[in-house]
Design a protein around this ligand. Structure first.
Ligand SMILES: [Zn+2]
Length: 90
């Protein structure tokens, strides 16, 4: 299955130009309890629906950005730089 992603820098490109970086998660503080650190490292939400994910434009601008992708349909609804991340988003 193929789909397209709109890189915030380069525009719409085939997904084969990108590398998937996993779902965006909130990083716990350095002094967080061990179970919280383990959850951060080893567990994912595995959302069926819109999910905020990291993507890397490997064959383009070589920059990391965030994308809101529906995991059921691969419909990429929004892409943005990490500095433009909406408040309370992970
Ligand atoms: Zn790019």
């Amino acid at each position: 299955m193929t789909f397209q992603i709109a890189c915030p820098d380069c525009g719409r490109r085939e997904v084969q130009e990108f590398s998937f970086g996993g779902e965006s998660t909130g990083r716990p503080p350095a002094d967080a309890p061990l179970p919280e650190l383990a959850r951060y490292l080893f567990f994912r939400r595995n959302v069926a629906g819109p999910n905020v994910e990291w993507w890397y434009h490997r064959d383009g601008c070589r920059r990391w950005f965030l994308a809101v992708r529906d995991t059921r349909t691969n419909d990429v609804r929004q892409t943005y730089w990490p500095s433009d991340r909406p408040e309370r988003s992970v």
